[in-house]
Design a protein around this ligand. Sequence first.
Ligand SMILES: [Zn+2]
Length: 285
Amino acid sequence: MDPESGLDAVRSVGINGRKIVAISTRPLRGKVEVDSTGLVVAPGFIDLHSHGQTPENYRYKAMDGVTTALELEVGVSPVGEWYAAREGKALINFGASAGHIPARMAVLKDTGDFLPRDAAMNRLATPEEQKAIAASVQKGLDEGALGLGFGLAYTPAATHEEILDLFYLAAKWKRPVFVHVRYGGVVTSGIFESLQEVIGSPAWSRDLCARVGQYVREEKVLSLMDAIRKSSLMPAQRLESMSPQMRQKGRQSGCADSILVVLPEEIPNNRGSVRTLQGFGTWRG
Ligand SMILES: [Zn+2]
């Protein structure tokens, strides 16, 4: 199934190295042959909201059909070191935004780990500290970050000005921002103010195979092609302006270097029954 061309038919797919080089109505011969009779072959899924970025998490993601896991919301810092630690070693594609949270934690010397525990959560940044945070985020963009990440709910002491300056930076670089807004539910006071601060865009993510199974098979609100499109082609399209490699992802046609996943036709709503065919790599802006 190819969400870009709409092709939904029985085909043989020829892969050479990391590229799809043939899609044929006739059988193809190869060094390694995978019999996918009765199964669905789709572009690998792209998870835009993936905080787990360890080898164990990557293995878990691969079993969910996810071949690209991106840490865009909280983001990372320093970005260069983060990429270097994974380059050539990661099981699946990875990428990250430059994170306001980790930059603020480093500058304000917060003692927390992934999220702020004290200073970055509770304290206003001085003008010098704000400059240092912005410099660190800008360095992240220099080093290939895919955008800017914010978790404003976790940094309540960050002022609108501190955040707005970074939004201007993102605009200057023509990079998107990925934001966890300040307040949670629709009944929480302050929700309008928090939306005023940012315009959020909800992403389809987390347990992708489970969501596909739920929406396609159980609730019947999406066709399988639409579900695959939302899990592969659409995230790639959203990101392709900042990372040209994305133009080759989420697709099967032409010279796409999409990694393929093979799904049972009756899409499961649990993990572990998905086979991921090949490859790893790095995505960066
Ligand atoms: Zn999150």
